[in-house]
Design a protein around this ligand. Structure first.
Ligand SMILES: O=P(O)(O)OC[C@H]1O[C@](O)(COP(=O)(O)O)[C@@H](O)[C@@H]1O
Ligand SMILES: [Mn+2]
Length: 650
């Protein structure tokens, strides 16, 4: 036996000290391999819509409903099944509602508990008993275990069952028990969650989404451009900080920074009120339907303008400090003629809709005033020292990355930048050229350096690169030729607002391109898929989320209310269970109250993208491959015990 292997087997023998223990583990692992593959759930572009997110998480994009159907399809009416599903999503709220209507509440408890146990049994059948046990709520672990695991040799199963249920009701614990069962079923129907980017911006509750994700049982995240923007802000990059605040201001979400993350915006507010006292700031109206009163709106609009100008100044400075980003044409404040109130872009002159720039020195437009430097310093400190924000960002760093290969699917938020001819685009990052997978990896390394590098210069490179990832034409997370923020505020001509997408978004309709990309990331092209978000699918205009013969799935979740008018639906989510891939389209989410009241799911339609010939087992998954590796090692240990090279401990 080679030295290393022998040492490894000795280590392993500490965990499995006897022939019996080793054999049992091999048998256990083999059993897991033959279980059906767990359900994966894919969500993207949640954009701060925490209620819609919570709802989709609760119903597993239809996975709960499917389980209910599977169990009661032949015995319950569609209405009863829907009520049961709603009870599973919102047990507390639904019980309150039922209690008001139901006269025979004890009977209802009995029937409901019976139904929930049946669904729970079905949902847990995919897992080992040990995994289910770990998921059980502490208070009811023993009882649930008894109820969902029938004992084969039990003569009088029904009366045993009835006794348990009756005593739960008698001791007044039925409600808590129903809640626990509802949450357990939610937990069991989805084994693993993928968030394909853009948790942050536009909606009011990204912090609540982060809190939910942090307690979720199994999740990975592919960062979106908006997430990286917040990461850059948390690392103290000024371009990112000003963009984050600007977007919060634009959507009437400054509360999120002040109240939820505790970042003091008072200096900015005072400065905005003084600077733009008599300025109506017409170009800086709020977007969406902000939940704030008129007075607050007025202040908000002034802050919106103030932070936008600060953003353009600090961005202009970064563009000059980083000539390697080749963004000179985006140094916009220096392209303005302040006397005329015009700007020249690509040789064309345009009038500015707003030319009141009291804080800009026309000779040096990107120069910050003393007061502005002070405000930015304080904001920087606010972001750097916000514990909650840092905790959320740490979670993104630990559970996330720029891309993920998982069970033969390639997941990323935006695109793989392509050249005009459809080949992988070569991109220079700090003097080195990368493309495809190597580009993704190089960028991710720099993001992490932005937080952790000891060397100041290297850390600053990482920080600035987060801003680059947010808006650069070569960023795989952005994938458009420019971010026309300035143009959309200041110029009427819509032609200047156009952001042209990277050729990826055209070429990806061709299977050849999809295969080339999958190949680049080491996937077996016949079976694999690309899953990306970022671009809302305009289904109203007949656009399909399936590209390249179903190889590519663009599942922009469309949670963002501001974008639903354009797309016509609330976007897509994806389910990958043991039978195949299911694309789910969603209707807009009204509110939690109406979901409970009307018992409505928001998934309106499901499209089966791929149905596997044979049900997929754990053995066919990445986890299965790992387990197989463990079995091989354990078999070696068993051999070693049997041929005397390792002695049993005991
Ligand atoms: O509509 P808003 O919120 O002002 O944002 C528009 C900007 O957002 C972007 O679409 C980027 O955000 P997404 O990643 O959500 O697409 C930019 O391309 C565009 O300039
Ligand atoms: Mn995006």
């Amino acid at each position: 036996m080679r030295d290393i292997e022998s040492r490894y087997l000795h280590r392993l023998s500490e965990m499995f000290p006897t022939i019996a223990a080793t054999s049992t583990e091999i048998i256990n692992l083999q059993a897991i391999l033959s279980l059906p593959k767990g359900t994966e759930h894919f969500l993207t572009d949640i954009h701060g819509e925490d209620e819609a997110f919570a709802h989709v998480l609760k119903n597993g994009s239809g996975a709960v409903r499917r389980k209910v159907q599977e169990v009661f399809g032949n015995t319950l009416s569609a209405k009863d099944m829907q009520s049961l599903a709603t009870l599973i999503y919102y047990p507390k709220e639904k019980i309150e509602q039922i209690k008001k209507q139901e006269v025979h509440i004890e009977d209802w408890y009995k029937i409901t508990l019976y139904r929930l146990v049946k669904v729970c049994k079905a949902a847990s059948s995919k897992y080992t008993r040990s995994k289910v046990r770990k998921a059980l709520p502490k208070d009811f672990a023993y009882i649930i275990d008894e109820l969902i695991n029938e004992r084969a040799d039990d003569g009088d199963k029904d009366s045993y069952y009835n006794e348990i249920v009756c005593s739960i009701i008698k001791v007044g614990r039925a409600e808590e028990f129903i809640v626990a069962m509802g949450e357990l079923i939610q937990r069991l129907v989805v084994d693993h969650l993928h968030i394909v980017g853009d948790i942050y911006d536009r909606g009011p509750g990204p912090h609540k989404i982060m809190d939910k994700l942090m307690e979720y049982h199994s999740v990975d995240i592919q960062w979106g451009n908006h997430d990286v923007l917040w990461m850059g802000a948390a690392a103290g990059q000024l371009g990112c900080i000003t963009n984050v605040i600007r977007i919060c201001a634009r959507y009437g979400n400054l509360d999120l920074l002040e109240d939820c993350y505790g970042i003091n915006l008072l200096p900015l507010a005072t400065y905005a009120l003084n600077t733009y006292k008599d300025d109506p700031c017409t170009c800086f109206q709020l977007k969406g339907e902000p939940l704030i009163n008129a007075e607050e709106q007025e202040l908000n609009i002034k802050m919106h303008k103030a932070i936008s100008i600060l953003q353009f100044k600090v961005e202009g400075q970064t563009i000059k400090e980083r000539p390697e980003y080749k963004m000179a044409d985006r140094n916009l404040l220096e392209s303005v003629n302040y006397e005329e109130g015009t700007i020249t872009l690509r040789g064309e002159k345009y009038d500015l809709l707003d030319a009141n720039f009291p804080t800009i020195d026309p000779k040096n437009p990107n120069l910050l005033t003393k007061e502005e430097v002070d405000i930015l310093n304080r904001l920087e400190q606010g972001f750097l020292n916000c514990e909650k924000l840092q905790k959320h960002m740490r979670f993104l760093l630990n559970k996330g990355g720029l891309y993920k290969v998982y069970n033969n699917n390639l997941l990323f938020h935006g695109c793989v930048p392509l050249a005009k001819d459809g080949s992988l685009k070569e991109i220079e990052i700090y003097g080195q050229t990368y493309k495809g997978k190597a580009l993704y990896e190089a960028l991710e390394v720099y993001v992490r350096k932005g937080f952790f590098a000891l060397n100041d210069e290297e850390r600053q490179r990482g920080k600035d690169l987060m801003w680059y990832i947010w808006l650069h034409e070569n960023s795989p997370l952005f994938g458009k030729d420019k971010m026309a923020t300035f143009e959309r505020y200041f110029i009427a001509e819509e032609i200047t607002h156009k952001e042209t997408k990277n050729p990826y978004y055209e070429y990806i309709n061709q299977e050849e391109t999809a295969n080339m990309i999958l190949d680049e990331f080491g996937l077996i092209t016949k079976e694999a898929h690309i899953v990306n978000g970022h671009v809302p699918v305009k289904s109203k205009k007949g656009e399909s989320p399936l590209k390249s013969n179903g190889k590519v799935l663009v599942i922009d979740g469309g949670f963002s209310k501001a974008y639903q008018k354009e797309t016509g639906i609330a976007g897509y989510t994806l389910i990958y269970n043991s039978y195949g891939l299911i694309l789910v389209s969603h209707d807009p989410f009204e509110s939690k109250e109406s979901a409970i009241e009307k018992e409505s799911d928001i998934h309106s339609e499901t499209i089966v993208v791929k149905r596997t010939k044979e049900r997929k087992r754990v053995g066919d998954t990445d986890v299965g491959k790992e387990l197989l590796g463990q079995i091989v090692d354990l078999e070696k240990l068993l051999d070693a015990y049997r041929n005397g090279t390792i002695i049993e401990r005991g």
